[in-house]
Write a protein that binds this ligand. Structure first.
Ligand code: AMP
Length: 444
């Protein structure tokens, strides 16, 4: 299937070809015709699936057919949780719309408001915004929504996690009731479902990946390790595995700074991005990382949210996230648009409850691999079996198990035996990791 066959006109098809996209991703194949037809949409889609183009392209197509924006008016509004994501979506709008006479702007906090007010004076076709700054601009009469045609809520789950619901409700009250509404979210807790019901009318609903599952092209596993040895293990892996571009997540801003400083002292090029850093510092670190000038980017969840970094093969969870859904978001940084990636988590015994929550969310147990010399003194307890909703399935013919493959029950065994040796399921690896295997589905 081609982009033209989905109903996009030559200026957009040309811009897509210039970006090097050959065929639409599954979400694009579903979303583009529906949005062009004017439908509301509620989609379960994580970053890495091509969702940005999935909504930006048909929006540009529809907006190009309509009247030009009036002063201080926006024809389409895209709400995003962070400045980084807003900038990234804006960049996509500019790239895909380069052959169309449309105007776009991005507004977010942490930078001066005046240039943003100036950018809105003539009106914009597409405005990408974080909620707080948008409300400030509205309060100063810099933006109006009388002619708003399309609303997009991107990464809705994250917006709610960050406490943006009151701001979103205030914004919704400013918008015309007659509009097209699109909502994208990686996960669908009840709060997101309620929000979807509030904003969308008779929406087309679909999911491009299994609910709450991490990108299927990503291989992930954990290395059990004692907390105080994480830095040494990470540095060892960085050297031995020759990771040349790695995004590392820490739980706290202090942790991110500390790790980046340590890596620099060890001769690696590293920088940290988090909420205490200025927008300029964050932008600079990200740009250098994207250009391959920085080997390691250490980030907290908020700062890294939605980052689109081409060809990022390696994500490391130095600490597990406090919220299980953030694991999916973090891992979504790699394995994007069909590329393969790896996500490695360094897990200490005290993080076991977080690990369990992640495994329950994924519906999979994460394979465990011990690294020689870093076997933990404090064992990470054995994982609990995962509970997944059972779908009725046709009975399959039993397949002979290939030689050497271990039964699932073993592969989820944690800790060590009383004789101090690793259990059968724990792989000991000093060198390259073996490919991970999905645990077999449980019958209930
Ligand atoms: P997203 O899920 O929107 O963050 O996009 C993830 C990545 O996929 C971005 O780097 C896009 O440039 C890329 N991408 C989007 N659509 C396609 C496509 N049809 N073919 C190849 N890459 C794509």
């Amino acid at each position: 299937m081609s982009f033209a066959a989905l109903g996009l006109s030559p200026p957009l098809v040309a811009a897509i070809a210039e970006r090097g996209y050959e065929t639409p991703t599954p979400i694009q194949a579903k979303a583009i015709p529906a949005i062009l037809a004017g439908r509301d949409l509620v989609a379960a889609a994580q970053t890495g699936t091509g969702k940005t183009a999935g909504f930006v392209l048909p929006m540009l197509e529809r907006l190009a057919r309509g009247p030009r924006p009036q002063a201080n008016q926006a024809r389409a509004l895209i709400l995003a949780p962070t400045r980084e994501l807003a900038t990234q979506i804006h960049d996509s709008v500019v790239a895909y719309g380069r052959h169309l006479p449309l105007r776009a702007a991005a507004v977010y906090g942490g930078v001066k408001i005046n240039p943003q007010m100036m950018a809105l004076r003539r009106g914009v076709d597409i405005l990408v915004a974080t909620p707080g700054r948008l409300l400030d601009l509205h309060a100063s009469n810099a933006i109006r929504f009388n002619h708003l045609e399309i609303l997009v809520l991107d990464e809705a789950d994250r917006m709610l996690d960050l406490g943006f619901l009151p701001d979103i409700e205030r914004i919704l009250a400013l918008l015309p009731a007659r509009r097209q509404s699109l909502l994208f979210s990686a996960t669908f807790p009840d709060t997101v479902r309620s929000l979807a019901r509030l904003i969308a009318r008779n929406p087309l609903e679909f999911s491009v990946d299994p609910r709450n599952a991490a990108a299927s092209t990503v291989k992930h596993w954990i290395h059990p390790v004692d907390k105080k040895r994480k830095t040494a293990l990470f540095t060892t892996l960085l050297r031995e595995r020759r990771w040349n571009r790695v995004l590392v997540f820490t739980k706290t801003r202090e942790g991110a700074d500390k790790l980046a400083r340590h890596l620099e002292s060890e001769g690696f090029s590293a920088a940290a991005i988090h909420g205490d850093k200025s927008q300029d510092a964050r932008g600079k670190a990200l740009a250098e990382f994207k250009q391959g000038l920085l080997q390691v980017l250490v980030a907290t969840d908020l700062a890294a949210r939605g980052l689109d970094i081409d060809q990022l093969p390696q994500v490391v969870n130095f600490d597990l996230p406090k919220v299980a859904a953030d694991y999916v978001h973090r891992v979504g940084r790699t394995g994007r648009a069909g590329a393969s990636g790896q996500a490695v988590s360094l897990v200490s015994a005290d993080e076991f409850p977080l690990l369990s929550a992640i495994e329950q969310l994924l519906g999979n147990l994460l394979p465990r691999k011990l690294i020689d010399g870093f076997e933990p003194v404090h064992d990470v307890p054995e994982s609990k079996p995962v509970h997944r909703p059972l779908k009725p399935k046709k009975p399959k013919k039993p397949k002979p198990r290939p030689g050497g493959e271990r039964p699932a029950a073993e592969s989820r065994a944690g800790g060590r035996r009383s004789d101090g040796k690793p259990r059968a399921g724990q792989q000991r690896t000093g060198g390259r990791p073996a490919p991970s295997r999905k645990p077999t589905a449980r019958k209930r």
